[in-house]
Unconditional design. Structure first.
Length: 427
């Protein structure tokens, strides 16, 4: 991943960060880098995420899916147990990966009605094996398979921790199993079996993804001026401190739309603590130029816009138009058009003084995807260190989980907050 932070400088944007401020900030980045390196080397909780390119075992992942050759893979998980896998398969252009990462009964029914269950690999992912949404959907899918005459035990792979209900179930039925890596929060687990198993089952180059992640690990260096991941994390931090409390991520490739979803979880859950953290916003270029760009360019000056694209992509020529007013499209291509849209949006924001950063990967291949995921994780860890927040915890999320369990009948203190809510109804 390459990062161009020029349009976030104070000479170009408001809010912006001066080069002198970045030089001063670089002294902190050096100290934080040393802390991150120690955490990686010692495999400390959270920091172990940045060791995954070396620690993940692609052989074990391939062994777990050996012999299946599915037409479809259905991942049942939520949050980090699904978003990383969806990001990888989409970015690699692998067809046939579906996710149940919500408990909307209408969507669950629709998906189960359309899947060829007898040729579907069921991929159940939960570290604890007790995640309510995941286990509920698993039970529903299992019943649907049985109703369709499919032996679910012959079509299921489990990714979970060393102990818990899912681990026990896998052992009882001798199901293929991968382990959720120790010391790695779910949202940081894309470069592990959690994120890579569906890609492996669909014939994807998981070794290449890990190789790209390893390139990102090797590129970590003590200066933000030498490390794209740190440059992005440091600038995002500096701009938040100056009022850019929203980070709008706009990939210019439909295959990267799930990446924006993954980014939103990573950024929000990791950095949203102690009254701090940028709010991630998701858009898609060029589609959302025709709507959201109005806000980003002319609305409140509280945004950083992150523009992301592959430098190379498959292309398709635009036929010669029959209308004189469209003659400018003649001899062009869809790839040329979307690149022009990207650069026009970037220029539009810069002319308006809106801080923006350009992130680019060479192409959407396994190595570039792995590098992108690693670099953004490293940027997030750096930003968390600079903010001084506990990047790898999620107490607010856990509160909500306990409240939901209480409303379903479990005895939790948090459920009272939902049952005692203030109402002011307007019918």
């Amino acid at each position: 991943m390459d990062a161009d932070i020029g349009n976030a400088l104070a000479t170009e944007a408001e809010p912006g960060v001066s080069e002198e401020s970045l030089e001063r900030l670089d002294d902190r980045v050096r100290r934080v880098h040393d802390r991150i390196e120690r955490g990686i080397d010692d495999r400390e909780f959270g920091y172990a995420s940045l060791a995954l390119p070396a620690d993940a075992d692609p052989g074990a992942i391939r062994e777990a899916v050996a012999g299946f050759d599915p037409e479809a893979v259905l991942t049942v998980g939520i949050g980090g147990s699904a978003l990383g896998a969806e990001t990888v398969t989409a970015a690699l252009g692998l067809e046939g990966h579906h996710t149940l990462d919500n408990v909307d009964p209408a969507e669950t029914a629709r998906l189960l009605e359309t899947l060829p269950l007898e040729r579907t690999l069921l991929n159940v992912v939960s570290r604890s094996g007790t995640t309510a949404e995941t286990l509920a959907n698993f039970l529903v899918v299992r019943e649907a398979m049985a109703s369709a005459g499919v032996d679910w035990t012959e079509r299921t792979v489990v990714t979970t921790g060393d102990a818990g209900p899912l681990a026990d179930l896998a052992a009882a039925h001798d199901l293929p199993t991968c382990r959720v890596p120790e010391g790695v929060p779910g949202r940081f687990s894309a470069l592990s079996a959690v994120g890579l198993l569906p890609a492996a089952a669909l014939g994807g180059d998981v070794e290449g993804v890990l190789s790209g992640g390893a390139d990102g690990r090797a590129a970590l260096s003590p200066s933000l001026f030498d490390c794209p991941a740190y440059a992005y994390g440091a600038v995002a931090y500096a701009l938040e401190q100056r009022g850019a409390t929203t980070n709008a991520v706009i990939p210019y490739a439909e295959a990267l739309e799930p990446f924006a979803e993954w980014f939103a979880q990573l950024w929000a859950e990791s950095l949203g603590k102690d009254g701090l953290g940028q709010t991630p916003a998701r858009a898609l270029g060029a589609t959302d130029q025709h709507s959201q760009l109005q806000l980003y360019r002319a609305g409140r000056r509280d945004k950083l816009v992150t523009l992301l694209r592959p430098r190379e992509r498959p292309d398709r020529a635009i036929p010669e138009p029959d209308v004189e007013d469209l003659s400018y499209l003649g001899g062009s291509s869809l790839g040329g058009l979307i690149d022009a849209e990207f650069e026009a949006t970037e220029a539009s924001l810069a002319v308006s003084g809106v801080p923006n950063v350009r992130l680019e990967v060479d192409r959407l291949d396994a190595e570039s995807v792995g590098r992108l995921l690693y670099d953004v994780e490293a940027a997030c860890v750096l930003a968390g260190e600079l903010l001084g927040v506990p990047t790898f915890t999620q107490p607010a999320v856990e509160w909500g989980k306990r409240a939901a369990r209480g409303l379903l009948g479990d005895d939790t203190e948090e459920a009272a907050a939902a049952t005692e809510k203030t109402t002011l109804r307007v019918d």
